[in-house]
Design a binder for this molecule. Sequence first.
Ligand code: ATP
Ligand code: MG
Length: 323
Amino acid sequence: MEASTRTAMQPILTLTVNPALDISTSTEQVTSGHKLRCSPSRLDPGGGGVNVARVVQRLGGRTLAVYTAGGPTGEAYRRLIEAERIPTLVVPIQGSTREDFTVDETTTGKQFRFVLQGPELSESEWRACLALVEESIPVGGYVVASGSLPPGVPDDFYARVARLARGHDARCIVDASGPALAEALAEGVFLVKPSRRELGVHVGAALESDESQVEAASALVADGSAEHVALTLGGEGAVLASKSGTLRLSVPQVQVRSTVGAGDSFLAAFVLRLAQGRTLEAAFRAAVAAGTATVTTPATELCNRADVERLESGLAAAVEGRP
Ligand SMILES: Nc1ncnc2c1ncn2[C@@H]1O[C@H](COP(=O)(O)OP(=O)(O)OP(=O)(O)O)[C@@H](O)[C@H]1O
Ligand SMILES: [Mg+2]
C-alpha cells in the first residue's frame, strides 16, 4: 500500500548531531514574578536533520536519519521517532539529549523560543557519528547535515561530512551557521541553505537589498563554496543561486502561526524533489511551498502533504502564467 504513495527516488541520509526534544505549550501572558499556568504540552523530536527526515516522510519520501541520543530525554526522543516509523541509526552518547522550549503567548500571538545548549560530545562520540555516516552514505544520493553543533564537536565537523560525501559520490547539503557553515563552505558542498541572518553574518553585511542578496549568494557559487545556494528570506521568500543564474520566489499570502521548522521544511522538500529527479526550479518551488506551509501550523507542528502540494502547484501556475 505504502509503496504506491512513494515515488522512486535516490536515497537521502540526514545527520543530526544536536537533536532536541521540543516541548511546546502556551500561556496567556509571559511575565516575571508569577507562576505562568500553561496549556497541555506537546513533545516533538526536533533538530535540523530529524525535522528534514520527518517532513520528507510526510511528503511521501524516505530517509535514513542518523542522530545522537543520551540520557532520559534521549530515551523519550527515541520513542517519539520510533512512533513516526522513520528509519534511523542512533549514536549513543553519555550526556542527555537537550530540550527546547517554545511558549505561545495567547493574548498577543507572540512566540518565545528557548533553545538550550546541547550536551558536550566527546571526541569518540563525534567520531562515531562520522564513522556511521561514512558506513551508511548512500552512493549517488544525498547527505543532509543540518543544525547546530553541540559543545565538543569541532567547527569543521560538517566539512568532514562534506569530504566523506564527496568520497562516496554523494551530494552534501548543509544547513548551519557561523564557523560550522564557514568551514563547510571552505570544503565545498552541493547546496547550502542559509537564512538572511546566517548569510549576513558570514559575509558581514545586512543583505537588505535584492542586489546584495543575489550578489552574496552568487559569490559562493562563483568561488566554488557551493554548487547551489538557497538563501531563505523568511516572509520575503527565497533566492536560489546556481551556475546557470539566480531565481527568486516570493511566498504566497498565508496566515503565519509559528515559524518553527520553516527552514527544515524548506530543505526537506528541496532535497526530496531533487532525489525524485525533478528540476532545480521545481525543487525550489516545492521548498518555498513547504516552508510556507509550515508557518501556517501552530507551535512546533510541521507542514502536511496536502498544503505543500497545493502551494507548490500554485507557485508552478504563477511561473507558467496560469491563473
Ligand atoms: N513569515 C513567513 N511567511 C511565509 N513564509 C515564511 C515565513 N517565514 C518563513 N517562511 C518560509 O520558510 C522558508 C524559510 O524561512 P527562513 O528564511 O526564516 O529560514 P529559517 O531557516 O527558518 O531561519 P533561521 O534558521 O534563521 O531561524 C522561507 O523561504 C519561506 O518559504
Ligand atoms: Mg534555519
